[in-house]
Write a protein that binds this ligand. Structure first.
Ligand SMILES: [Zn+2]
Length: 435
């Protein structure tokens, strides 16, 4: 039975990879119709709804025998682009070689779509129905460019179709080593994005006489340095508190010391975990004079700033001020998304822990936080009680092997991990919805 589920998941992923759903333009319809037919045959009620005809979102519902919680298995079926000349194999081949399935979307995230759909179909075909509650399988379009036609559109226009109490999506789950331990992350929260511009003003003049003007770029450079070197106060939230505790380097009292201790034990994990502890600044773009021979009267720096879940603008301004000081520049935000998250003590977390204990005895499940955001944010915003986690388990490749493949060349996945993930979703459905 396990072998069959793995084979079904593999066949389905192969099929999904062969639909070119590079976004833009996405063109997800053919892939969605394929999934819809499979789910309909297995007994799901199907809705295909979208803002535009070529880009429907798929909502499949398996009704339970009584009222209860709604569990949603979420994924997106669009991908980023791929340049075939960089790849060792055609990015839309779906080739299986040496136990690996190749293609754009093999990690992000047609693999999870395949595992979620295969698990749902397997359950439904076996005659299983939720004892209490509904199982939803939701496959959205348009995640890679922001979700305006996907999750955002769906939650705004059809909230009753996709309202849910528990949600599983992308964001974590690939095993990572820590000492001689094996850890699986469950993504509980996602950082916010507060991108801003720093502007300095001066006085223009001819560059042949540098002292004649007041060079705005020279005023800006110390600020760039401060953003690189400065450390705003930490803002510790629940996921890193629990993660650092689980890693044996509790944050209580002195986050800097805990971080140092972690770095000593595992330098890579130190780099990955540090952004969870507070606001981060990455200056990425700078501009000044348009002309080589004119002293700039204005210089601008754009900064990609990421913030802990829940943090509002006023607090972000305070943290920026701690690093830059309060004067000599103007600050403007041009993109603001407040970070979001879900609680850790839930039946969904317990269901995942139970499954890991069964499939990979001795391994541990730890909470993590993503420094970026996914469609989970949209569902948490739309349904305030929704517990949304990122979890797609893989164990044959570690996080350090899979991460570089995402949005990159030679994206691929171990076939054994497709079965592994599908078994996880099947288990979680039964735990949350009953048998
Ligand atoms: Zn994705």
């Amino acid at each position: 039975m396990a072998a069959e589920l793995e084979q079904e998941t593999t066949d389905l992923l192969q099929r999904l990879v062969r639909f070119d759903t590079v976004n833009p333009p996405g063109n997800e319809r053919d892939a969605q119709e394929h999934l819809a037919a499979l789910l309909r045959d297995a007994g799901f009620e199907i809705e295909l709804v979208g803002r535009t005809e070529p880009r429907p979102n798929l909502v499949a519902r398996l009704r339970g025998k009584a009222d209860g919680p709604v569990l949603c298995l979420l994924s997106h079926v669009d991908t980023v682009l791929a340049d075939p000349s960089e790849w060792q194999r055609d990015p839309w081949s779906g080739d299986v070689a040496d136990g690996e399935l190749w293609g754009r979307g093999a990690q992000d995230m047609k693999s999870q779509t395949a595992a979620e759909v295969a698990a749902a179909i397997d359950l439904a075909r076996s005659g299983w129905r939720p004892a209490a509650g509904d199982l939803l399988v939701v496959v959205v379009a348009d995640e890679e460019t922001g979700g305006e036609e996907g999750a955002i559109w769906l939650c705004e226009n059809h909230p009753d179709l996709v309202r849910c109490d528990y949600l599983l999506n992308e964001g974590a789950g690939t095993v990572f080593p820590f000492g001689d331990e094996r850890l699986y992350g469950v993504c509980l929260a996602e950082k916010g994005v507060f991108r801003f511009t720093i502007t300095t003003d001066g006085v223009a003049g001819h560059a042949s006489m540098p002292k004649i003007g007041e060079n705005a770029l020279l005023k800006l450079l110390p600020l760039v340095e401060r953003l690189g070197a400065g450390q705003p106060a930490y803002d510790i939230t629940e996921p890193p508190r629990r993660l650092f505790e689980a890693l044996g380097v509790p944050l209580d009292g002195d986050p800097a010391a805990a971080l140092d201790a972690l770095r000593e034990r595992d330098p890579i994990l130190g780099v990955l975990a540090e952004p969870m502890l507070g606001v981060t600044f990455a200056p990425t773009q700078i501009s000044a004079s348009q002309k080589i021979n004119v002293i700039p009267s204005r210089a601008q720096l754009r900064v990609d700033c990421r913030t802990p879940p829940g943090m509002q603008e006023e607090q972000v301004r305070r943290r920026i001020g701690e690093v830059l000081g309060g004067e000599g520049y103007a600050l403007d935000f041009f993109e603001k998304v407040v970070g979001n998250g879900s609680a850790a003590d839930t039946p969904l977390f317990a269901a995942i822990e139970g499954w890991v204990a069964q499939e990979d005895p001795g391994a541990r499940v730890v909470p993590t936080m993503l420094p970026a955001f996914t469609d989970s944010r949209t569902f948490r915003d739309a349904f305030s009680d929704c517990v949304a986690y990122g979890f797609f388990p893989q164990r044959e490749m570690t996080l350090y092997e899979t991460s570089p493949l995402i949005h990159s060349k030679d994206e691929r996945i171990r076939v054994g991990d497709l079965g592994f993930a599908a078994r996880c979703y099947r288990h979680v459905c039964k735990e949350i919805l009953g048998v």
